[in-house]
Design a protein around this ligand. Sequence first.
Ligand SMILES: Cc1cc2nc3c(=O)[nH]c(=O)nc-3n(C[C@H](O)[C@H](O)[C@H](O)COP(=O)(O)OP(=O)(O)OC[C@H]3O[C@@H](n4cnc5c(N)ncnc54)[C@H](O)[C@@H]3O)c2cc1C
Length: 373
Amino acid sequence: MKADLLVIGGGLHGLSVALQSARRGVSVILVERHFLGRHASGATAAGVRTLGRHPAELPLSLEAAATWHAMTDLVGDDCGFNACGQLQVAEDETALAKIRDRVSRLEAQGFTHERLIGSNELHSLVPDLARHCLGAAWTVDDGSADPHRTIGAFRDAAIAAGVQIVEKCLVTGLVRHSTHWLAQTSKGVIEAGLIVNAGGAWADQVAALAGDPVHQAIRTSMMVVTERTSARVKPVVSSLGQKLSFKQTAQGTLVIGGGSQGKLAPDRQSASVDMVALAASVGAAVRLFPAVEGIRIVRTWAGMEAMTPDHLPVIGFSHRVDGLIHAFGFSGHGFQLVPSVGRAVADLVCQGSTNLDLSAFDVTRIAIERAAA
Ligand SMILES: Cc1cc2nc3c(=O)[nH]c(=O)nc-3n(C[C@H](O)[C@H](O)[C@H](O)COP(=O)(O)OP(=O)(O)OC[C@H]3O[C@@H](n4cnc5c(N)ncnc54)[C@H](O)[C@@H]3O)c2cc1C
């Protein structure tokens, strides 16, 4: 097997890079050790959120937000995107002061996507919200999408663009020759000029195989889905300083997440739910929405993805190895960024640079120095 570009990892970031590179005439093979969307991209809460983003992520996030509103143009489907808005509520004066401060700083920099709202507007947006909530940051153009529909749409668009997708294909070795890579995989050797490392929770292993070792932790965020209940909440709701995100699907189920961590298996290949930690998220949801108390939980799970020390992703060329581009480390908030990261990495693949400032995402900040010979 031979292509211009080998993408390692069949999550949404790998698919987005593969699609947007192939559309520009690059031949692409994408390999996935399990099946597409098996890990973070299939486990995600799929919140489409510019709200509360680190300033370094805002250019990527705002570009992505515009694409989510026109997703059909990119992949022929709206991916179930519902622009229901997102709210980050303040449960006390300290939280309200932090939100007020952040919104003022954003406005001073010319950003208008977040707006501070007071108690009256907040409770008219979400009548069931507990009365102690004092105000919120409100992003009217944010929302959430359907992760499995998103994976299907990116897969179909990538295949239509000519991407060769190989599932159940584990990359076990990478050797750089002067002009190309030879990748050993469980389905044979693949030759490619460039590699994109979109290996999610195992991106550090891919980086080490390629000769560019990095430090990275693994997040194991948990989710809860309840039985259906009457329509109560339109926006996605989070609470500053709490591990909580709360939304209601069109079918009436409540989806509760927000970053409570599950248990990572010792071999780092799987994660399971930690019921004690999960109870904290569920407790926060009941505190914010007392009316949901007593609704039954029908499903819980823990998803896995790479986490960096500063919670920013790694996007860009390796500085130690030719022909290697990283796109991993999304630290629990990479779903929304899928269209713009794919666009920026496709720029790197096709023209060697991009107009987006990727300096905050440079791999050097998590590089493991090699021992001197
Ligand atoms: C529970 C949970 C909730 C989340 N909620 C949100 C949210 O609301 N909003 C938001 O913006 N983000 C959210 N995220 C984060 C978001 O889902 C992820 O950032 C995003 O899906 C990461 O996509 P990815 O393609 O980088 O990784 P993945 O989807 O994990 O894909 C990486 C793939 O690489 C494969 N792979 C690794 N090594 C190899 C190898 N050697 N050979 C072949 N294949 C390999 C893996 O099998 C895996 O399928 C959430 C994540 C989780 C887990």
